[in-house]
Design a protein around this ligand. Structure first.
Ligand SMILES: NC(=O)c1ccc[n+]([C@@H]2O[C@H](COP(=O)([O-])OP(=O)(O)OC[C@H]3O[C@@H](n4cnc5c(N)ncnc54)[C@H](OP(=O)(O)O)[C@@H]3O)[C@@H](O)[C@H]2O)c1
Length: 265
């Protein structure tokens, strides 16, 4: 085992992945103490929980991105105006927040009750791709050089169990989260060289405004945020934040995988 400790507090551990031949498997562990983070959509819901959890884990500064910065109420954070669909906002924030080590791409929208075969869905499909896919990609493009300059850092992308499943009312949201998952996997490959940890977070229902109208077991936003903090500290590239995401992922090995299930009933 080879451990490389960078000045930034970043740790890389090279482990033999398979034998023979011995392929090094790199784990990038993120030290949160004294670091600076930015969270998108940090004014409410899970984003606010992420911001709070980062402060509790010892982050020195947390930029709370919000479309309306005056809606940020969490004490101790630095509000910044950030609509993730705005190239101008993203460029301004990347220039202003050049001390960032951790980017949490949390902002998202869910427009349900849409049918892919219905042409009227195009507008909501595009809106969800603009926020859930292009938002993540454009934030990652803007902050990749910032993270590199600061020693590697981490990008956390908030996905969903619906990155893997399409339910009758979630087809367009699921399409956006599936694309965001693929983009997360691609970014991980491209950012490994500069030592950036890229984490995909999957979860079922979380108890926020987004899931307010839905029935079913919901995980507390604070618990999801805490699991992601642990993921950063452990160098996990995937965080399965609740029981349902673990169950669905485990089902991938079955021939009747969950995403093939008949969802009509
Ligand atoms: N809740 C769930 O069951 C669940 C499950 C799995 C994954 N997720 C994912 O978790 C993330 C957080 O969702 P949530 O549950 O906290 O939802 P939420 O309560 O609806 O909050 C969404 C947040 O995203 C922000 N936002 C939306 N569009 C934005 C944009 N263009 N630019 C910047 N911010 C924007 C909202 O800001 P405004 O206040 O300005 O609208 C709000 O802060 C999303 O990516 C969501 O897809 C949620």
């Amino acid at each position: 085992m080879v451990i490389i400790l960078y000045d930034s507090g970043h740790v890389k551990i090279l482990l033999p992945h398979s034998s023979p031949p011995l392929t090094p498997y790199e784990i990038i562990i993120m030290n949160i103490q004294g670091k600076t983070a930015i969270v998108t959509g940090a004014n409410r819901g899970l984003g606010q929980a992420y911001a709070k959890a980062l402060l509790q884990a010892g982050a020195q500064k947390v930029y709370a991105g919000a479309r309306d910065p005056s809606s940020v109420t969490l004490p101790g954070v630095t509000p910044v105006k950030l609509d993730v669909t705005s190239a101008r906002d993203i460029a301004a924030v990347a220039a202003q927040c050049s001390d960032v080590d951790i980017v949490i791409n949390n902002a998202g929208i869910a427009l349900t009750d849409t049918q892919l075969l219905d042409i009227d869905t195009d507008q909501s499909l595009r809106a969800q791709f603009d926020t859930n896919v292009w938002g993540i990609l454009n934030m990652s493009r803007a902050f990749a050089p910032v993270l590199r300059a600061n020693g590697g850092g981490a990008i956390v992308n908030m996905l969903s169990v619906l990155s893997w499943l399409s339910l009758p009312r979630t087809a367009s949201y699921s399409a956006s989260k599936a694309a965001a998952w693929a983009i997360t996997n691609g970014l991980r490959n491209e950012l490994r060289e500069q030592g950036t940890l890229v984490i995909a977070v999957h979860a079922g229902l979380i108890d926020t405004d987004m899931a307010r109208h839905l029935d079913g077991p919901k995980t507390r936003a604070e618990d999801v945020a805490q699991r992601v903090i642990e993921g950063l500290l452990n160098g996990d590239e995937e965080v399965l934040a609740d029981a349902i995401s673990k169950q669905v992922k485990a089902g991938f090995a079955l021939s009747a995988a969950p995403y093939l299930a008949d969802q009509r009933s």
